[in-house]
Design a binder for this molecule. Structure first.
Ligand SMILES: Nc1nc2c(ncn2[C@@H]2O[C@H](COP(=O)(O)OP(=O)(O)O)[C@@H](O)[C@H]2O)c(=O)[nH]1
Ligand SMILES: [Mg+2]
Length: 340
């Protein structure tokens, strides 16, 4: 796909909330073609200028970026659909970035998530995007922060990122969104075990799901999680993570969930959320830069050979590490100058 000269019209389309332009923009930022990367950067720069202009003019009601995470089958998609429909009813426009690492390559996630959100996917005020096929192991991808910006530029004031909460992905999700909702399956007291610290520490809200199935188990689980949370670090500054029980199918507890979310995004917390977003941006830049540089070094044949050679020499004590780094940087400097 090539979009090179097309950025102006794609950007204008986005500003009008045109879905085709939105889809085009998302494919562009997910593309790995070199020429597309340039076009994507131009588009994202224009979007960033637009975002900051609106902020400076005070026009912008800040968007809400919400992550919904939890084990497969816990009820994330079902909740996203119900919660999303409620929000549309309250005048919001919802973009869902769904991530389903179970079938990233087959495109099965497209079908899966649309089928699981049949009522939401047909609404004009909703846009559902399955994950790009090229994603990190944990489920989120490099392009997710850009996808969020693009959706916001197209007029979606609420962006929901659905990710499977395994390993690293919980912290990755926390870096992308303002608010993380962790969904937990109800189980009877003795079975409530193995609470994963990493995930709990980034949870801004813990919601015990499927309370319609077993109220007693739901309240037991809630109690266990509430006491576990009291012993842990707060997920964000000035916020105490509540634990609630919900049912996405019977809508029990959803009013409480909306209240908690509204409280999190209350005008008094606006500046806290702003500064947390700035921290996220810096962290994201750091990480992407490190990853890109590592990729660059390993993909350049000459540099990776040099690196391998130095590695052997260092291991054998033939070159001290400091000298090896110096030699490597010298070589890198020459190569970069040759290439520019
Ligand atoms: N009884 C009940 N079933 C639910 C509820 N939420 C989800 N489910 C069911 O649990 C299964 C997995 O739900 P899904 O939303 O696809 O989970 P995900 O993998 O976390 O996205 C589906 O069969 C849903 O119908 C709920 O609140 N109550
Ligand atoms: Mg799902």
């Amino acid at each position: 796909m090539t979009h090179g000269g097309n950025i102006d019209s794609v950007f204008d389309g986005l500003m009008r909330g045109d879905r085709r332009s939105l889809a085009q923009s998302l494919s562009l930022i997910e593309s790995t073609h070199r020429s597309d990367k340039d076009a994507a950067a131009s588009l994202l720069e224009r979007i960033a200028v637009w975002h900051s202009k609106r902020k400076a003019e005070g026009v912008q009601t800040p968007s809400r970026r919400i992550g919904i995470t939890g084990a497969p089958g816990v009820g994330k998609s079902t909740l996203v659909e119900q919660f999303g429909l409620d929000l549309i009813g309250r005048g919001h426009r919802i973009a869902v970035l769904a991530v389903d690492p179970s079938s990233p390559k087959t495109g099965g996630s497209i079908l899966g998530d649309k089928v699981r959100m049949p009522k939401l996917s047909v609404r004009d005020a909703a846009f559902i995007r399955p994950s790009p096929s090229k994603q990190s192991y944990s489920g989120t991808s490099d392009s997710t922060p850009d996808a969020i910006l693009v959706c916001e530029a197209a007029g979606f004031d609420t962006v929901i990122v659905e990710t499977v909460g395994v390993g690293q992905s919980a912290t990755e999700t926390a870096n992308l969104v303002d608010l993380v909702i962790l969904l937990v399956m109800p189980s009877s007291g003795d079975e409530v075990q193995g609470i994963k610290r990493g995930i709990m520490e980034v949870a801004d809200v813990v919601a015990i799901t499927k309370m319609d199935l077993d109220m007693a188990a739901a309240s037991k689980t809630l109690a266990v999680y509430a006491s576990a949370l009291r012993l842990m670090m707060a997920s964000r500054s000035e916020w105490k993570s509540p634990v609630i029980s919900i049912s996405a199918t019977s809508s029990d507890g959803l009013t409480a969930l909306h209240e908690v979310v509204d409280q999190f995004f209350s005008p008094q917390r606006r500046s806290t959320i702003e500064s947390e977003r700035n921290i996220q941006l810096r962290r994201c830049f750091d990480e992407m830069m490190k990853r890109s540089l590592t990729r660059f070094l390993t993909m350049d044949r000459e540099l990776s050979n040099k690196l391998a050679q130095l590695y052997v020499q260092v291991s054998n004590g033939l070159v001290p590490p400091s000298a090896a780094v110096h030699r490597f940087l010298q070589r890198l400097n020459i190569i970069v100058k040759e290439k520019l």
